[in-house]
Design a protein around this ligand. Structure first.
Ligand code: DAH
Length: 349
């Protein structure tokens, strides 16, 4: 093919291009290894010497023409492609949206936050502890030695032998906090967290539940300090007219130990099914930190004293929100959650 034939054909071809694929095919057709322009180039050896220069120039012109036209078309096609993509992905903001079911804060979480808030306002820090715990912290350093019957009451999940377990209470965080405190005072912490016991799940039991542990260590701390603190928390959560009473109890890590009851906020003491007609509801275990516990964690009980408490979080939430089945905290059925009737869930079914 002569130079002018190739040029003519090339110009015709380029006019027909409608997409990038065709354009690329043309690049191969003209500039590829066996492309027409490439072939013209190799023909130069057959051209008589005196014509070589002009022949070469002409081939170069055709090649340049191809290249510039090719570039122009390519830019144009790419731009077009981009515009199409933008157009197809455009969002029509004038369309009405489909409403979605939004979730609501889990009320257990809400309750814990409320306790955290009131405690922080009294100078407490919120701390954390591991759920996979050592026997040493969960029991031994809380004055519950191996073989002690108090262990039986907390049917514990052991993970590795007798040393590693799922904590059966948040009380080990007391020990960890004191060890970290290295004898410094005051200590004022609360620790909300998951705990585990080998229980069969039903409306009032769960193998996994939450406690909110509290610990204060300072000088001359007494049971009445504990009472005052619990009173503030309870009133904040259940209302100003709710009263607190302590009943003697027994825990290995506190002496004296108490059960914390609150007056029934539902019937105001008259008796109802929430308080099982007693007028009172138990919400926590508590007491004055046992000297052994202080000592084992590096606090001289001759100098320092403290109180501790452990709220049952689900129990408090059940009372506060009038829920009669503990399992609702751990299922994600929106219909159930809606039954809590907090008006926070919008449903557009
Ligand atoms: N850890 C106890 C339990 O799980 C609750 C408890 C009682 C915590 C007395 C305390 C306390 O901090 O002082 O039953």
């Amino acid at each position: 093919m002569s130079i002018s034939e190739v040029k003519e054909m090339m110009q015709e071809d380029l006019k027909q291009v409608t997409d990038l694929k065709l354009l690329n095919d043309l690049r191969v057709k003209y500039l590829g290894k066996k492309g027409l322009i490439t072939e013209l180039n190799s023909e130069i050896k057959n051209v008589p010497n005196e014509e070589k220069r002009s022949f070469g120039q002409q081939v170069n012109e055709v090649r340049t023409l191809f290249q510039t036209t090719y570039d122009e078309i390519k830019n144009h096609l790419e731009e077009e492609e981009l515009n199409q993509k933008l157009a197809s992905e455009a969002i029509d903001i004038s369309l009405p949206s489909t409403k979605v079911n939004i979730g609501a804060p889990n009320i257990l979480e809400k309750l814990i936050e409320e306790v955290e808030e009131v405690c922080m306002s009294m100078g407490y820090d919120v701390v954390d502890g591991p759920e996979v715990e050592e026997d040493k912290y969960n029991f031994e350093m809380l004055n519950i030695p191996k073989g002690h019957p108090a262990r039986d009451a907390q049917d514990t999940f052991y993970i590795e032998g007798e040393e590693i377990l799922l904590r059966s209470q948040t009380s080990p965080v007391q020990v960890r906090t004191m060890l970290k405190g290295k004898g410094e005072v005051p200590i004022r912490v609360i620790c909300p967290g998951k705990t585990y016991r080998r229980d069969d799940d039903d409306a009032t039991h769960s193998h996994q539940f939450m406690q909110i542990e509290g610990l204060l260590v300072d000088k001359d701390i007494s049971l009445s300090d504990l009472k005052g603190t619990i009173d503030v928390i309870v009133k904040k959560l259940f209302g100003d007219d709710v009263e607190t009473r302590f009943r003697p109890s027994y825990y290995q890590f506190t002496e004296p130990s108490v059960e914390v009851d609150i007056s029934c906020f539902n019937c105001k003491g008259k008796g109802c099914n929430i308080c099982k007609n007693t007028g009172w509801i138990t919400i926590a275990g508590a007491g004055v930190v046992h000297p052994n516990v202080l000592r084992m964690s590096g606090y001289d009980p001759e100098v320092w004293s403290g109180f501790a408490f452990g709220f049952g979080a689900e129990r408090m939430a059940m009372l506060k929100y009038d829920i009669n089945d503990l399992r609702v905290f751990y299922n994600t059925d929106l219909r159930e959650v809606k039954n809590f009737d907090r008006g926070e869930i919008e449903n557009n079914d």
